[in-house]
Design a protein around this ligand. Structure first.
Ligand code: ADP
Length: 637
């Protein structure tokens, strides 16, 4: 299969391919969009982390400032729990964030502490951090506070809802968290950001060191739901099967169309081949007589190419110019739908000038919707048929003429034969009378002269008759080898129309073994024609079921031909009677047919016979001898 065939076949793949490209584009766009969003999210988180860190630092600084104020207020006072508890700054601090305030002396011994059971009260607040401030002259104030509480109070609610905010140390240990159960393990999957919060966080009140590497970590509670991605997946998941189904449908449709196309092309090729090979000329015309279509046979018939014919309106170039008015009139009648159903004959003119006899059959031309749009004509060239018919007619005429001539000859010959005797008798009687008168001594010039002229005239008449006979019998039958079956077939063929007209069925049963005989084919044909004609005449007496059987067969050294009919039969008449010259039972019969037949058959050393047929009717037969000249060993059977 080459590319030109393959391309239209795989065209249905194009929408599928384009759709896949589209889907990949959408996915790429979603990915880019997602990356963008993540970056934006990260930026927001960084700024949120930085601002949270600043707020926490401010808060711690604030608490530190409060503690310093408290230390300044307590400077010089005697350390006592009561004094500490009474101080409003202490109470305010405890309400805010502080877990406890402890007054230590220079050797870190507790001088006073508020609340008194601070350890117990806040043992479940998790890790604690501390703030310190010097109290003059030599004490130290230590404030314990829970970073967890600080986170809960210091981180705005919206931030806490968005992020898990945690304080972690250098070992990644959570110091404090806004959530109660931070899911460190799961954090890896969530985006987070860490900002160092060193300096202000002091783990122990005694150590001067601060928590190094402590950091504030913001972890996105739930990654922002990307609205585009799932939607994109849903669309893609829905779109791909849809497009697959659509492609499959397109492919099926294309296959169907292709099949229909191939079928259409094949049909068109078939139709064209059929039209071009048809012996019948075809032409389609609309109601105005405009030629819509002609096949090749039509073009050949009128000698013009289809391009010159299609589109033409009457009068047509193939109409004979001498009968234009008549043809135009008939054409109008035909277009009006009054063309004879059994067809009509027309004479057309080939472009070479030759006349063509045609038989035209018109039938309605309908379109795909079943509506008649004109007329379809089927035209048969009957020129040759007409010619053959004409020749046949002439042949039959000639035969009939010949038959009449032969008959006349036979009549004349018979007449001559019959007249010869009386003429001879007249001559002898004349001579006898002249002799008798001479013996009697009658010397009458008048009578003698009359008798003499009578004798002369009788002789003259005898000579004329003899000459006629001589002339008529001069033609000897021309004996040539001839196939009797062929002769019979030819004779029967000449009579076929006549028999059809008279509704007579004819059966031919010719023996294929019959060898050729030496005979005059023309004369034998005359015999067969005569016998079959006689049978046909006899059959007129029968109203129906008329039947003639002609057969040939071998009979010893003869070929025998039988002509049998189912007519009235011979009514006991014998062949001699029937063959007698001038014997006829027909009103217009001459009675010479059988006589001639017999003389022809006998001239061939044959025999003519007539008998009653076994099944009723007459059986005429004649046999012709096989010649040793052309059949050295005549067949028997
Ligand atoms: P024609 O045909 O002029 O009468 P034919 O010599 O051919 O002269 O026939 C002589 C007669 O023989 C016919 O008139 C008819 O009476 C009789 N004949 C010939 N053929 C048949 C036949 N097949 N059946 C009956 N009669 C026949």
């Amino acid at each position: 299969m080459n590319l030109r065939e393959l391309l239209p076949r795989s065209l249905w793949l194009a929408p599928l391919g384009l759709s896949l490209v589209f889907v990949l584009g959408v996915l790429a766009w979603v990915r880019a969009n997602e990356a963008d969003e993540q970056e934006q999210q990260r930026q927001t988180m960084i700024s949120d982390a930085l601002s949270t860190e600043a707020q926490l630092r401010d808060r711690i600084d604030d608490e530190q400032a409060h503690l310093r104020q408290l230390a300044a207020a307590l400077a010089g006072q005697k350390p006592s729990t009561a004094a500490l508890a009474a101080h409003p700054e202490v109470n305010a601090g405890l309400r805010r964030l502080w877990q406890s305030v402890t007054w230590l002396d220079a050797r870190n011994r507790v001088l006073a502490e508020v609340p008194e059971d601070a350890e117990a009260a806040h043992s479940d607040d998790g890790l604690s951090l501390h703030l310190t401030a010097r109290v003059a002259p030599d004490g130290v104030l230590v404030v314990r506070y829970a970073p967890a509480l600080m986170l809960k109070r210091g981180v705005p609610w919206w931030l806490a809802r968005k992020y898990d905010v945690q304080l972690v140390d250098s070992a990644d240990q959570v110091i404090a968290s806004t959530t109660d159960s931070p899911m460190r393990a799961a954090q890896g999957a969530r985006p987070s950001y860490r900002v160092a919060l060193t300096g202000p966080l002091r783990a122990s009140p005694l150590a001067q060191s601060t928590l190094t590497d402590a950091a504030l970590e913001l972890t996105l509670r739930e990654p922002a739901v990307n609205g585009v991605r799932p939607l994109a997946w849903v669309l893609v998941a829905g779109f791909l099967p849809l497009i697959a189904v659509a492609s499959w449908l397109i492919r099926r449709q294309m296959r169907q169309v292709q099949r229909a196309e191939v079928a259409g092309r094949t049909e068109a090729a078939w139709r064209r081949a059929m039209e071009d090979s048809a012996l019948v000329a075809l032409r389609a015309r609309d109601f105005d007589g405009r030629l819509l279509y002609v096949n090749r046979t039509f073009c050949d018939m009128v000698g013009l190419p289809a391009e010159r014919l299609v589109g033409l309106l009457p009068p047509m170039p193939y109409w004979p110019p001498d009968a234009l008015a008549e043809v135009a009139e008939r054409n109008r009648r035909n277009l009006a739908g009054q063309a004879p159903r059994e067809g009509y004959e027309a004479h057309w003119r080939h472009s070479s000038g030759r006349l063509v006899d045609v038989m035209v059959f018109e039938s309605p031309l309908v379109d795909a919707g079943g509506r008649q749009i004109g007329w379809m004509g089927s035209i048969i060239d009957i020129t040759e048929r007409r010619r053959l018919e004409e020749r046949e007619r002439r042949q039959v005429e000639t035969l009939a003429h010949n038959a009449r001539l032969t008959m006349l000859g036979e009549v004349a010959s018979t007449l001559a034969h019959e007249l010869n005797q009386p003429l001879t008798a007249i001559a002898s009687y004349n001579a006898g009378i002249a002799n008798s008168l001479a013996k009697l001594g009658v010397q009458d010039e008048l009578v003698g002269g009359a008798l003499k002229r009578l004798g002369q005239q009788a002789e003259h008449a005898g000579r004329i008759v003899a000459r006629i006979r001589e002339f008529l019998t001069r033609r000897e039958p021309r004996h040539e080898p001839c196939d009797l079956n062929e002769v019979i077939s030819a004779a029967v063929e000449l009579l076929r129309r006549e028999l059809q007209r008279r509704e007579i069925a004819l059966d031919l049963a010719l023996s294929p073994q019959a060898p050729p005989v030496l005979a005059d084919a023309v004369l034998i044909e005359q015999v067969v024609i005569n016998l079959v004609r006689n049978a046909a005449d006899a059959l007129l007496a029968r109203p129906a079921g008329r039947h003639i059987a002609v057969s040939s067969r071998m009979a010893g050294d003869f070929v025998r031909i039988d002509v049998q009919d189912n007519g009235p039969g011979l009514a006991g008449r014998r062949v001699e009677q029937l063959c007698a010259p001038f014997y006829s039972t027909k009103a217009d019969g001459m009675g010479m047919g059988l006589a001639i037949c017999r003389s022809i058959v006998e001239a061939h050393q044959g025999v003519l016979d007539a008998s009653e047929a076994a099944a009723g009717g007459a059986l005429f037969s004649f046999s012709l001898p096989l010649s040793r000249e052309i059949n050295p060993e005549p067949a028997h059977g």
